[in-house]
Structure formats: C-alpha cells, structure tokens
Design a protein around this ligand. Structure first.
Ligand code: GRF
Length: 223
C-alpha cells in the first residue's frame, strides 16, 4: 500500500494535498528542544531519556552549557546529543552570551528553549529570538522564593510546603506564566540537600509534563 503524499508547511504540520486541509499525521514532527544547562544536568537527562524511550515526541538537537565543569556535557555524550560550551567568562556581557546562544540554536533549528538548571540571567536577546518559547525550571512554588538559593530561602522562611515550578521565562528572574507545579512537604529534619533531593524527584516529573503539554498545544495549533 502506498502512503498518501504529504508535504511540510512552515508550521511543521503535515499537510495532505488530497484532503486539502492540514491534519495531524501519526508521525507528527518531534518538538526540537534546545537545552541550556549549567550544572549536574539531571533535568536534561530526564528529557533525553524520555525521548530515547519514546515517551516524548521531541528531540534535542543540541545542549549548550556555560561551565566547563558541567556534568550535563557527559550526560549528553551518553545520549549522542551534541553539546557546545559557551563560557560566559569569554563574553563581555549577558547579551553577548545570549547572542551566541541564539546563533547556535538557530543553526541547529531549535524551536523551543529549555533552561534546565541554567544559572545565568537571560536577556531580551534570547527571549525575543524565541518569543514565549523559553521555559525555565525553578526549585520553589513561584512566585515564592525566586532567585538563587530558593531551597535555602524556603527553609529560612520555615514554610511547611515548598515545591517546584516550570514556567515560560520573562525578563524578570523566575517570573512568567506557570505551566506546571508540584508541591513538596518540608520535613522537620530537612537540610537544603535532603529537601532539594526530594524537590528534584518532582522537578523531573513536571519537566516532562510541561514539555508534553507544549508538544500537545503545538499539535493543536497546527491542526
Ligand atoms: C534544579 O533544582 C533547578 O530547579 C534549578 O537548578 C537545578 C538544576 O538541577 N534551576 P539539574 O542540573 O537539572 O540536576
């Protein structure tokens, strides 16, 4: 049996010339995610593994890291994902780093940007190049405890519940429309390390949930 001929329009939807209208073919093109990571890269690896296990209709054309020590690079190698070091120390400004990031992501045809433990403040240069298409993960229930040391902030505030958030990134640090959150109880004996470890278990779930949500809304948009 011959498959129907299809073509790809600018929104990357599959179009059937016979039917004359766009439709979603089963093999919808995977979402192309450019990932930014500064450290351990556990969130990055969760995404890479879900893609490898065909649990997410996505692909990661490239990982960018800014810190030569970032373990994320070794994780990328394990999954055969190209990784590129763009060291912020080699840049005169945040804008210069973001300009290099945008250029790299454009070369790799990235559609959405995932800040998976990206410890740099992003600028208009990145956000304007990918409008409403940059997501960030943060280890608190935003809008509580934005900025650095969110887990320590939660402990110092003696809250009973904290958690994690995936949101669309805006210029103000750790702000923007929330896509998904998970709550994590603070236990009486928690240290920053034990609490962060339990938050990360939830981070890995909402990271995948948020990307699945994006992939689904992308599909609907193309319909
Ligand atoms: C996560 O806790 C994330 O919320 C924060 O940085 C950490 C990165 O962890 N922005 P990993 O590198 O993904 O393990």
């Amino acid at each position: 049996m011959t498959a129907n001929p299809v073509s790809v329009n600018s929104n990357a939807c599959l179009i059937s010339p016979e039917i004359g209208k766009s439709y979603i073919a089963p093999a919808h093109p995977p979402l192309k995610l450019g990932v930014l990571a500064s450290g351990s890269g556990s969130n990055f690896e969760v995404i890479a593994r879900a893609i490898q296990n065909q649990e997410l209709n996505a692909k990661i054309p490239v990982l960018i890291y800014n810190n030569p020590e970032a373990k994320a690079a070794a994780r990328a190698e394990k999954y055969g994902i190209p990784s590129i070091l763009l060291n912020h120390r080699d840049c005169k400004s945040r804008e210069e780093l973001d300009t290099k990031i945008v250029k790299t992501f454009q070369e790799y045809d990235v559609e959405w940007v995932v800040m998976a433990g990206w410890m740099r403040i992003v600028t208009k240069v990145l956000l304007d190049a990918f409008p409403d298409r940059v997501i960030n993960i943060h280890p608190s229930l935003l809008p509580s405890f934005p900025g650095i040391r969110a887990v320590e902030q939660a402990l110092a505030a003696k809250v009973k519940i904290t958690g994690c958030t995936v949101h669309i990134a805006r210029l103000e640090v750790d702000s923007g429309p929330i896509l998904m959150q998970a709550a994590v109880p603070v236990l009486p004996d928690d240290t920053a390390e034990t609490l962060h470890a339990r938050i990360q278990v939830q981070e890995h779930k909402i990271m995948l949930g948020a990307i699945a949500l994006i992939a689904e809304s992308n599909r609907k948009y193309c319909d």
